[in-house]
Design a protein around this ligand. Structure first.
Ligand SMILES: Cc1ncc(C[n+]2csc(CCOP(=O)(O)OP(=O)(O)O)c2C)c(N)n1
Ligand SMILES: [Mg+2]
Length: 314
């Protein structure tokens, strides 16, 4: 697959947007401005962008509880997403649900679940609805490595296979479920579980946006045409803790060092420079994102809380 300069720069811009957005959320969370739990995807940007970019607007996603990146890439307005995370009425869901449960109707983002594995029966329902309505859309159902141990995963794989549902199961494998390494929970690799259910399965280097994009694009094309399920497992790493307030003592320093050396943004930047793209061009992208994040912070923190909105009183 050929990657044009324009596409690579677009991928970089999207990844930098997610990184800077998440850093802002982290800063606001540590200042006590974000209420409730918040799960950040810093380090996982290539997996979010590479897997969501090949989808079209008409396609649906069910993101994970760590889903800001997937939501932004599916088209969420950063101003309204940040406003939602800080609980303001200008937020995507009027400030009523916050970080973990936001949905974005305009971009066919059906929202994340706080109960791990609850997205799987929903995915079967959405996939069946797409099929019965004879729509051309497909669904990307995101989940983490830890979530693949839930019984609902196997039920959904079975229904998707039996009923020929157009679902791509997208595993964001960041090695850990909270503080527990995946290998301490299961001897079977996540994608091998899906193989049992007769579907096309791919694995991708989740720190390489091009690899994820290429493999996901192939699956999107196939699932859209053949109306059968598929799965992709993206190997990646979250640089921060499980939630904004986890100091991650359970992770060996060497492991962290190794994965940070594969930082997906630095990796793409290095490749772009090698291809002759000037550093100033990359800096221009970063400056643009800086302005967007500054604007989002002003927008979100300047908005009202829903409780002060008289129109919402009963
Ligand atoms: C049914 C259920 N059990 C436990 C939890 C608590 N919990 C929240 S996130 C999480 C770990 C999820 O790990 P994984 O699926 O790998 O996703 P990641 O957090 O790594 O992105 C756990 C155990 C929950 N929300 N729901
Ligand atoms: Mg995980």
């Amino acid at each position: 697959m050929e990657f044009s300069k324009a596409l690579l720069l677009d991928m970089l811009e999207k990844m930098v947007l997610i990184r800077r957005f998440e850093e802002k959320v982290y800063q606001l969370a540590t200042r006590g401005v974000v209420h409730g739990s918040v799960h950040l995807c810093i380090g996982e940007e290539a997996a979010s962008v590479g897997s969501t970019m090949p989808l079209e607007k008409k396609d649906y996603i069910l993101p994970t509880h760590r889903g800001h990146g997937q939501g932004l890439q599916k088209g969420a307005d950063p101003n309204r997403l940040l406003a939602e995370i800080v609980g303001r009425k200008e937020g995507l869901c009027k400030g009523r649900v916050g970080s973990m449960h936001f949905f974005d109707k305009d971009n066919n983002n059906l929202g994340a679940q706080g109960i791990l594995g609850a997205q799987f029966p929903i995915a079967v329902g959405v996939g069946l609805a797409i099929k019965l309505k004879k729509m051309d859309s497909i669904l990307a159902c995101y989940f983490g490595d830890g979530t693949s141990n839930q019984g609902t995963f196997f039920e959904a794989l079975n229904f998707a296979d039996m009923w020929d549902l157009p679902i791509i199961f997208v595993c964001i494998n960041n090695l850990y479920g909270m503080g527990t390494h995946y290998e301490d929970t299961c001897n079977i690799k996540v994608h091998q579980k899906a193989k049992l259910y007769n579907m096309e399965v791919k694995t991708a280097d989740g720190t390489d946006v091009k690899d994820v994009y290429k493999k996901m694009s192939g699956l999107v094309k196939k699932v859209r045409k053949e109306r059968r399920p598929a799965m992709i497992e993206c190997y990646t790493y979250r640089f921060l803790g499980h939630s904004a307030f986890d100091n991650r003592p359970y992770r060996p320093k060497e492991e962290v060092k190794e994965w940070k050396s594969k930082d997906p943004i630095k990796r793409l930047e290095a490749e772009l420079v090698q291809q002759g793209i000037k550093e100033e061009e990359i800096e221009k992208i970063k400056d643009k994102i800086e302005e967007i994040i500054k604007g989002s912070e002003e927008f979100a923190l300047g908005a009202d809380f829903p409780i002060f909105d008289p129109s919402m009183e009963t």
